[in-house]
Design a protein around this ligand. Structure first.
Ligand SMILES: [Zn+2]
Length: 384
């Protein structure tokens, strides 16, 4: 951009987000705007609480110059995740700081009739308690399965049949009166971990293991959804010579062997009834539960070895109630190390989601921020 640039207010915020904090002088150089135009842009953006001073740059002579940054804490998003047995809702600012959150265990086979009003009521109460209802700018909801991004309808897995074909985006948009981002839960986890890792330029693979199994990928700073939104749906990859029945109706899927649902079934003889029982037993170091969790991790590692060889990521982050269990993760890392391509495995950083159970909510806050702070969205806002 040279002199006479038409850099819009949205472009100014984009430069500050990518390179800030910057002084007025530096901004002028980056954008090629005249001083008068830049001042006008910055006035507009400050009025809309999109740019704020963040201190001064020390200088050798003269007055220290004021540093400006994109203001990502003036607005908040409602963030949530809907799983087969766990539902979370919270409020986060656009930097990804979670300001309030609440999780609720829900019975398998739950439906939007009960869960949706709970999520909306909880979000409204959280906003009021924080005194931030007036700052609400977006919502971001993570769900399992594929999402039709055109219609905002989620194609939920069989375990959540009551949510199938529901106009999820409209339901939340009507309830909260803001734009709504929907994302696959494993993509949300991967995006949260990508933000936590400081937005690396490289590929991040996120793996979520709870009732089911999913993977998500962030490539070049964006969740990779694939042609029809099912990139990373590794849960129903078939394992040779196995015929355990899967919830999807087929047999021998990795989800039928290594998910939380599979572990509940295999530990039923020990008195296990639900996912939290599995977690408790593994954490307590009960031998049978630990050995089954390790074996499940190893099996998933064989599938991930292929994924890692294709994507060659430098970060693999594993989350979800089962994925977070150390024996599961150890088994997974072990087979991944042995079976992925030697060069892809070398130096590969495999570990638990550093954001733990918050990874999806942080990821959704980040995706909501991308939508709200996109140059086009800001330009529309300041014109309106
Ligand atoms: Zn299956």
């Amino acid at each position: 951009m040279g002199l006479g640039s038409t850099a819009s207010p949205g472009n100014v915020v984009a430069v500050l987000r990518a390179r800030g904090p910057l002084t007025r002088q530096q901004l002028q150089e980056h954008l090629g705007l005249s001083r008068a135009t830049l001042v006008e842009r910055l006035d507009t953006l400050a009025r809309h609480r999109l740019v704020a001073p963040v201190g001064h740059r020390a200088s050798s002579g003269g007055r220290p110059a004021q540093l400006l940054a994109a203001d990502q804490s003036s607005r908040v998003a409602v963030v949530g995740s809907i799983g087969a047995s766990l539902v979370s809702v919270g409020v986060a600012d656009l930097r990804g700081t979670v300001l309030a959150e609440q999780s609720d265990r829900v019975p398998l086979g739950h439906s939007p009739d009960h869960v949706l009003p709970w999520m909306l009521d909880t979000a409204r109460r959280q906003l009021d308690a924080l005194g931030r209802a007036g700052d609400l700018a977006a919502a971001g909801i993570a769900v399992p399965g594929q999402i039709d991004q055109e219609t905002g309808v989620s194609i939920m897995p069989p375990t959540m049949a009551a949510w199938r074909d529901q106009p999820l985006r409209d339901m939340f948009a009507d309830g909260l009166s803001v734009g709504v981002e929907l994302e696959n839960d494993a993509n949300a986890l991967a995006y949260g971990e990508y933000l936590a890792a400081g937005r690396p330029s490289s590929t991040v693979l996120g793996v979520a293991v709870g009732s089911g199994i999913g993977a998500g990928v962030v490539i070049a700073g964006r969740p990779h959804r694939g042609a029809t939104g099912c990139a990373g749906e590794i849960g129903h990859i078939r394992i040779e010579d196995r015929d355990e029945r899967c919830g999807c109706g087929r047999r021998g899927c990795i989800a039928a062997l290594a998910s939380g649902t599979a572990l509940v079934r295999r530990l039923r003889g020990d008195g296990v009834r639900a996912l939290p029982d599995v977690v408790r037993r593994v954490v307590a170091g009960e031998a049978h539960a630990v050995s089954l969790a390790t074996e499940a991790g190893r099996l998933l590692g064989t599938v991930l070895a292929t994924v890692v060889t294709i994507l060659n990521p430098n970060l693999v982050r594993v989350g979800g109630e089962i994925g977070a269990l150390p024996p599961f993760l150890a088994g997974l890392a072990e087979t991944l190390g042995h079976q992925a391509h030697e060069v892809a495995a070398r130096g590969l950083d495999v570990g638990p989601a550093v954001l733990a159970e918050r990874a999806q909510l942080v990821g959704m806050a980040g995706l909501a921020a991308e939508a709200v702070l996109a140059p086009g969205a800001i330009d529309r806002l300041v014109v309106g």
